[in-house]
Every structure is written in structure tokens, then in C-alpha cells.
Design a binder for this molecule. Structure first.
Ligand SMILES: [Zn+2]
Length: 526
């Protein structure tokens, strides 16, 4: 092989290169063994270096291109890191923005607002090209602030016109000043709302009626009424507190104050309530003498309150699904077909905005006996064919042995409603209310709305809570329109109250009958 190489070299005019070529082979084998070359004759080595090593040999132009590529890569990686981090932490900034609104509803000149703005400004990006570690360090100020300064966005519901809102706001400002040394603050999640607590309601009505009255659920709701409220089941001997009685429903995030008089005493009690809520005391109780003696300062000093990041006060949206069409079987007890069609038309007008439509599938006379129960009547109506729900329209007065006169009735499990016909306006209100229950709506305590439980203040507008729930339940609500299953039948029997034809027309009637086991609350003016 050596001779052939020599011959080739000779052909191109290189004379006797044997010594050089021999050296070259020696060096190559040496290099292969040791991976390094020690020699004085670099020219040969340079000429014949393995292909791999040539990568290191770049022209200045290539080197420039490579450097530029690396720099652009680093720049893009830094921008990407900044964008990702910004997206991941933006909710903390949003939280502070919501907090500013919350504080400003109590006091637009609150010095804390300026401080929060400083924190937000300090955390803002100079630009996305800023070194990522520096940007991360900047944003940590927000995290630290949120951790050290817990904030509670309150929802305030006041019963009746007895309260001047400036007095309620004044009390909350006062609470805010007292909480400030503990780095805590309160604000208003949305402007205070006015509710109307009925003279008689179930416990469920009061609780859900207040908490679903808000558009967005606040961190904690405080409801105040000047009326005196009593559970029917409560022991009357407990009431040593004569005014400002507090009821804590920790899990629901609700405090109800009855016999409420705004003043120093109520301010102190609510401060204590807020402090115990922040320390995660979620017990449900009517305050006892010992509770009224507790000082908020003691709770706040003894328990380290760790900053809470409340997120459900904003950004909560309900998906807008398709419209829902519900097939209805209508039974007529002393009601004409024309009246029934007009009644269904009138509720369709109320439900249209919520994307729900009722379509009459069957419409037939249905003579009720003087005493009846849901399952029996439904079974009779079922023989006329399957529908999604049953609507029984009656011209008579009805009464439940448990609850007295009844204008309407709903059973959301089996999908059945009954109403007593009134004027066209009353009929629309009653039917819309009962059909609302079929979509899982609880009562609201916002008067003038469909789900208000008493006819004296019912209306045809949907409350924010009802709208939210309708949007959620519109397409997924299902009813057991078949009563062939013994389990369903049994459940329907237990849930449906007995109805008796009543001779006494008119009189104060509840909207519907309630189950025997319900806890009732009676509220009366003092
Ligand atoms: Zn109702």
C-alpha cells in the first residue's frame, strides 16, 4: 500500500515521500491508540486529521453565525421563560386587583390600596427581555404580600329598609381598622344587597336564599335582620342574649345576626366572628354566652393566621350549553285548555332568557279526588303517555294537613308540579316558581324574583343565583317520569304530601307544602 501511495505522489510530482508517509502512518496509529499526537511536524497532521476534528476549524464567518445563533436561542429561551412565568403568576396579580376593588367598596381612600398598587407596580415586568431570574425575584413580592396579608371579601345582606347602608359600611370600616394591626383586612365582594326574610321559612330557605343571592360567592356572607328569629325546634330557655344574636354556619361561610342593632357591640361580635372564621373554625352553632365573651384580639394573637388566597370571588363562569326543550303532560282539574295553553305560554316567556322551553305533549282533563297524593295522580296521568314532566293545573283551593293552604307543589325527583290557577299574573308566577324547582333551584331571599317563596313579594325576574344554577342544570336535569321502578315509586310516596280539597278559599297560603321533617324558622318584628 505504501508503494502505491508513493507511486501516486510521484505521478503528481512529489518525489520520494516514503519517509514522510511512513511517519504519517506511525503517527496515525499512535493517535488511534493514545488519542493524542506529540510531534513537531504539524503540517501532515493538519492535512490528514480525522473528519470529526475538522468541526472545530471554522471560518470567522461561521464562528460569527454560530455565536449569533446561540445568543438568539438564549434570548428566545429567556422570553419564553418570562412569558410562562408571567402566565403562571398572573392570577396573583388578578387577586390583588380584586382586593383593591373589594377594599375600595368600603373606603376608596384606604391607605392599603396605595400599598397594594405599589406591590403590583414593583412586580410588573420591565420587558419580556429582562433576565428571567430577575423577573421571578420581582414577582415574589406579590406572593409575599398575599401570604402576609390575609383578606376577606365579605358579602353583606341586610333585611329590609331599616338599615342605612352608610352605617353598615361605617361598621365594616371600623372592623377593618381594628384588624389592621394583625395585617388582616376585610372588604366588600360586591355592593351590599337587600333581602327580605319571610315570617316563616325553612332553615334551608334562609341559608340557601342568602348565600345564592350573590352573583359571585363572597368569601363570607353576613346577613343582618332587625327581626327576632327562632327555630321551631329550638329550646326557648337558651336566650340570655336579648339582641344581636349570632348564628354561625361555618361550612356555608355564613353568619346570621338577628335582633341586629348596629353599634359597638355588634362591631365587636362580628370582628370576633371574622377572626374565628379566619382561624378556620367552621363549626355551626348558635352563639352561647361564652362566645359573646371572646375577644377577637385573643383569637388573632393566639392563632397564627396564614394568608389565604381566595379565588372563587372572580373568574367563575358557567358554560353556556344548548337550549333545552322539555316535553310536558298537562292535567286539567276544572281548568280550560285555552287557560292551560296561556299558562304554558306565560312561563315560556319567563324561561326564554334562560334557554328553556316547555312544549305541551299531552293535554287532558284530570279530575282530582278530594284527597290525593302525587304518585297516584301521576300514575293516572302516565297512562296517557310518557313526557319529561307533569303539570297539574287546578281551579280549587288545596291544603296540606301539615302546612295549611297550598298554592303550588313541586317534586324535582319525579318531575311533577301542581299549581292552583289565579289571575294570569299569579298563574305565571306560581308555575314559573314550581318549574324552577324542577331545575334544582332553591328559594331566594331577594324579593321580586321568581324563586322568592312567598306570593306577597314574588316576581318574574330571575335572581343571579337562580340564573347561574339554571345555566348549569339546564341540559343535565333528568326526572324519573317513569314510576315503574319500585324504588322510585317508594321515594315518591314518601316525598309527596297529602293534598285535601279546601272549602276555605283565599287566606294566607305558602307557595308549596314542605316535608314534615323540615326545621322551621319564624322571624317577627320586635
Ligand atoms: Zn318554592
Amino acid at each position: 500500500m505504501l508503494g502505491r501511495v508513493n507511486d501516486q505522489l510521484r505521478e503528481i510530482g512529489v518525489q520520494d515521500q516514503s519517509a514522510n508517509i511512513r511517519l504519517w502512518f506511525e503517527l496515525m496509529s499512535h493517535w488511534a491508540r493514545r488519542r493524542e499526537v506529540q510531534t513537531g511536524d504539524n503540517d501532515i497532521l493538519t492535512l490528514e486529521r480525522p473528519r470529526r476534528r475538522t468541526v472545530a476549524r471554522r471560518t470567522p464567518k461561521q464562528r460569527l453565525r454560530l455565536t449569533a445563533g446561540i445568543l438568539i436561542g438564549l434570548y428566545l429561551a429567556n422570553v419564553a421563560a418570562n412569558v410562562l412565568y408571567k402566565v403562571a403568576t398572573q392570577w396573583q396579580i388578578d387577586l390583588l386587583d380584586v382586593r383593591i376593588e373589594s377594599l375600595a367598596r368600603l373606603d376608596p381612600d384606604d391607605p392599603e390600596i396605595a400599598r397594594i398598587r405599589q406591590v403590583i407596580d414593583a412586580a410588573g415586568y420591565a420587558s419580556l427581555t429582562e433576565a428571567a431570574p430577575q423577573a421571578i425575584a420581582r414577582r415574589s413580592t406579590v406572593k409575599t404580600y398575599l401570604k402576609r396579608h390575609p383578606h376577606l371579601s365579605l358579602g353583606i345582606a341586610v333585611d329590609g329598609d331599616g338599615y342605612r347602608s352608610d352605617r353598615v359600611i361605617g361598621m365594616l370600616r371600623n372592623i377593618n381598622w381594628r384588624l389592621r394591626p394583625h395585617r388582616l383586612s376585610v372588604g366588600l365582594a360586591e355592593p351590599a344587597i337587600s333581602i327580605r326574610i319571610p315570617a316563616e321559612a325553612t332553615r334551608e330557605d334562609i341559608l340557601r336564599g342568602i348565600t345564592t343571592a350573590f352573583r359571585h360567592r363572597p368569601d363570607h356572607v353576613i346577613a343582618m335582620t332587625a327581626k327576632t328569629c327562632r327555630y321551631t325546634a329550638a329550646n326557648p330557655g337558651l336566650g340570655e342574649q336579648t339582641g344581636n344574636r349570632l348564628y354561625s354556619f361555618g361550612r356555608m361561610g355564613l353568619t346570621v345576626v338577628d335582633g341586629a342593632v348596629i353599634g359597638e357591640e355588634l362591631t365587636r361580635h362580628l370582628q370576633t366572628e371574622i377572626a374565628s372564621f379566619l382561624r378556620q373554625d367552621n363549626s355551626e352553632r348558635r352563639w352561647q354566652a361564652a362566645d359573646y365573651a371572646v375577644r377577637a384580639e385573643d383569637i388573632l394573637t393566639d392563632h397564627r393566621i396564614i394568608g389565604r388566597l381566595w379565588r372563587d370571588t372572580f373568574g367563575e363562569t358557567v358554560a353556556q350549553d344548548d337550549r333545552r326543550s322539555v316535553q310536558v303532560s298537562v292535567g286539567l282539574d276544572g281548568v280550560s285548555e285555552a287557560e292551560a295553553r296561556a299558562a304554558i305560554d306565560s312561563v315560556n316567556a319567563v324561561f326564554r332568557s334562560e334557554g328553556i322551553r316547555f312544549v305541551i305533549q299531552h293535554l287532558a282533563p284530570h279530575r282530582l279526588t278530594d284527597q290525593w297524593k302525587w304518585p297516584v295522580e301521576m300514575e293516572k296521568m302516565l297512562r296517557r303517555g310518557e313526557s319529561d314532566i307533569f303539570v297539574l293545573l287546578t281551579a280549587s283551593d288545596w291544603a296540606s294537613p301539615d302546612r295549611g293552604p297550598v298554592r303550588g307543589l313541586a317534586n324535582a325527583t319525579v318531575g311533577a308540579v301542581m299549581i292552583q290557577m289565579g289571575t294570569p299574573g299569579e298563574t305565571a308566577q306560581r308555575l314559573a316558581h314550581e318549574l324552577g324547582h324542577l331545575f334544582g333551584l332553591p328559594h331566594t331571599l331577594l324579593s321580586g324574583h321568581v324563586m322568592y317563596p312567598y306570593e306577597n313579594a314574588i316576581g318574574l325576574a330571575w335572581s343571579p343565583g337562580s340564573q347561574k344554577l339554571l345555566a348549569k342544570n339546564r341540559t343535565n336535569m333528568r326526572w324519573f317520569s317513569s314510576i315503574t321502578s319500585p324504588v322510585r315509586f317508594d321515594m315518591a310516596v314518601r316525598m309527596a304530601p297529602v293534598m285535601r280539597r279546601s272549602a276555605a278559599a283565599g287566606g294566607a297560603a305558602t307557595s308549596e307544602a314542605f316535608a314534615r321533617g323540615d326545621v322551621w324558622i319564624r322571624c317577627s318584628a320586635q
